[in-house]
Design a protein around this ligand. Structure first.
Ligand SMILES: O=C[C@H](O)COP(=O)(O)O
Length: 248
């Protein structure tokens, strides 16, 4: 049976004081709910996570990384630097990176590669826009996004990635995908992973993201191919984040 994973993506939110309160709240309320949990925070706060979360059940990670190992790439953060601060996870190809920073499927694939090479777990994000869904392109869009990453992975690396399905129309909109819609997309993604390696696909985590909150988490996570959540807004309040983990 696959273990559930709940990752909070803080996006560009937080400050030292608020983060400290949030992390303490999560640590105080965390019980053995049967799920793994992590927070992906803005890069300047990775040191704070390392200090506050070290030795706890909460892992931490970043929201993006460079494809380069080091050098003259002003403003970029290398995978090795994330490892230096104890990161386990890094988001690759979040829809906000794809939309606002024009990250292509190929670039996202290179980022996943760079993460794996450094020993990080890339959380590869895929998802269609509302226009694409309405045009009947969901399967083709998320299939191409995932395939670009699969194309650059060695067979043995498949098992080392996490996939997150985040329909763009559900992100930060309060409009959650119905459990059926989400399950349908997750099943497609798992079938695509299985076409590469059925054994690996059966044990890989596919997370759902898009307005997940304590009230809808249980039903979403009860779907056979939904193995957890990538949480935005609801990850900024300890009670909500814990409520989602508890729903597992
Ligand atoms: O990475 C998280 C997703 O973008 C979901 O964000 P949201 O929970 O605020 O809709």
């Amino acid at each position: 049976m696959r273990r559930k994973l709940v990752i909070g993506n803080w996006k560009m939110n937080g400050n030292r004081a608020a983060n400290s309160t949030l992390l303490s709240g999560i640590l105080a309320g965390l019980n053995d709910f049967g799920a793994d949990c992590a927070v992906c925070v803005p890069a300047p706060y990775l040191a704070q996570c390392e200090t506050q979360l070290q030795g706890s059940a909460v892992a931490w990670g970043a929201q993006d990384l460079s494809v380069h190992a080091s050098g003259a790439y002003t403003g970029e953060v290398a995978a090795a630097m994330l490892v230096d601060f104890g990161c386990r996870y890094v988001l690759c190809g979040h829809s906000e990176r794809r939309a606002y920073h024009h990250e292509s499927n190929e670039l996202v694939a290179q980022k996943a590669r760079a993460a794996l090479a450094a020993g990080l777990t890339p959380v590869v994000c895929v998802g269609e826009t509302l226009e694409q869904r309405e045009a009947g392109q969901t399967a083709a869009v998320i299939g191409a996004q995932l395939q670009a990453v699969l194309d650059v992975l060695e067979n043995s690396e498949l098992i080392k990635i996490v996939v997150a399905y985040e329909p763009v129309w559900a992100i930060g909109t309060g409009k959650t995908a119905t459990p059926q819609i989400a399950q349908e997309a997750h099943a497609l993604l798992r079938a695509q992973l299985a076409a590469r390696d059925a054994v690996a696909a059966a044990s890989m985590q596919i997370l759902y993201g898009g307005s997940m909150k304590p009230e809808n988490a249980k039903e979403l996570m009860a779907q056979p191919d939904i193995d957890g959540g990538l949480i935005g807004g609801a990850a900024l309040k300890a009670a909500d984040f814990l409520g989602i983990i508890q729903a597992v």
